[in-house]
Design a protein around this ligand. Structure first.
Ligand code: ZN
Length: 377
């Protein structure tokens, strides 16, 4: 993996004020304990609300860095956001579980590892062996159920030699310990001189609200949100070189999302919606109250005024397909939000530079099978 390091004065030199410090729980090993590709462009920039304008661009095999040119000759984005999975726990042919990859400063940071995240990484032409830094918003299963795949598969099949590092709420260390116990057979028998057991060590940081990552001009800030039986739950703000992304995590309306999301380039928010009958019945009121309705999301977006707002972790019942998506968009508009708004799709890309560009999911046409260490995507 080529790592581009950006020489920049962006980012703070102060140490993170959390478990990332040497004195804290951080860095706890638990062992024993590009080709040019077609894109569609969804709205040219932040000034556009929604659109279906077609254009082309180039996928980069490596994380973008400032000043880098893409293969089409244009400047690479400062920050690239890949919506890997945009669904809730519901089964769908088009949406996998929640997972978002953010690339900047030569780094790739993964936020949540829902069902299908590793597959969608591959289908986004990102080699899963290059994704080793993982941030978990909370410990509901639909946010990390693909973690075992990302942990083991690239190790024995793609020759990953880098250990995973996970930042998550209290309880993350126990979850990882349990995962290791579940895959004890692999740990005991599958390693050899090439696939070393120590490559499966995982460094866990159980985080508190505050700056949880600050390296190479990339900063991640965690903040508390309200997710009822999912608490403790966090949202994350990502900053790099004056560009910013806000991930709400799973939460109902929360002022921390507004506070941290004020004027960000992209505000990515969960949403939950049911069909009229189910809504009126009140049967799933308790579920609805754990997440954010379109009307509440309109309030968040109106108060935070991001350059673009994007729905991801789209939990819906009785609102199938694109027609169901449109109901959510309509309800958000009716509730008064009139800024740029996008419905997240799996493998959609958001490029943040001077403009914010939202691109349709990358085509998988011609994508080679990822069956060994030598494959270039
Ligand atoms: Zn949840």
């Amino acid at each position: 993996m080529r790592i581009f390091r950006r020489s920049s004065n962006a980012g703070s030199s102060s140490r993170p004020a959390t478990d990332n410090s040497p004195a804290a729980i951080a860095r706890r090993p638990l062992l024993g304990a590009a080709a040019a590709l077609p894109f569609g462009l969804l709205g040219c920039n932040a000034a556009a609300k929604t659109g279906t304008e077609a254009a082309s661009a180039t996928a980069s095999e490596t994380a973008p860095r400032a000043g880098q040119q893409d293969a089409a000759g244009g400047p690479a984005p400062t920050v690239r956001v890949r919506l890997l999975g945009t669904g809730g726990p519901e089964m769908s042919t088009t949406r996998q579980g929640m997972s978002t990859l953010i690339e900047a400063g030569g780094l790739r940071l993964l936020f949540d590892v829902g069902r299908g995240a590793t597959q969608n990484m591959y289908e986004s032409r990102v080699n899963p062996k290059d994704v080793t830094k993982i941030f978990l918003t909370h410990l509901h299963n639909d946010h990390y159920e693909d973690l075992p795949t990302l942990w083991l598969n690239p190790w024995f099949m793609l020759g990953r030699t880098e250990q995973l590092e996970i930042w998550g709420p209290p309880g993350t260390a126990g979850m990882v310990k349990g995962m290791r116990a579940m895959y004890q057979h692999d740990l005991d028998h599958r390693s050899n001189a090439l696939f070393k057991k120590e490559y499966l060590d995982i460094r866990v940081h159980e985080i508190r609200p505050g700056i949880v990552y600050d390296q190479d001009g990339v900063k991640v800030t965690a903040f508390t949100v309200e997710h009822k039986d999912g608490n403790p739950a966090y949202g994350f703000r990502f900053d790099h070189s004056g560009k910013s992304v806000l991930l709400s995590g799973d939460t109902t309306y929360h002022e921390n999302v507004v506070t941290h999301g004020k004027g960000v380039d992209a505000l990515i928010h969960n949403v939950i919606a049911f069909d009229e009958e189910l809504t009126k019945s009140g049967k799933l009121k308790a579920v609805e109250e754990k997440l954010t309705t379109p009307e509440q999301a309109a309030r968040v977006f109106s108060e935070a005024r991001p350059r673009i707002a994007v729905f991801s972790h789209i939990a819906k019942k009785g609102l199938h397909g694109e027609a169901g998506d449109q109901v959510i968009m309509n309800r958000t508009r009716k509730a008064g939000y009139d800024g740029p708004l996008y419905m997240g799709l799996d493998r959609m890309t958001i490029d943040i530079a001077d403009d914010v560009t939202v691109r349709k999911p990358l085509s998988t046409a011609g994508l080679p099978e990822l069956d060994g260490p030598g494959v270039r995507l």
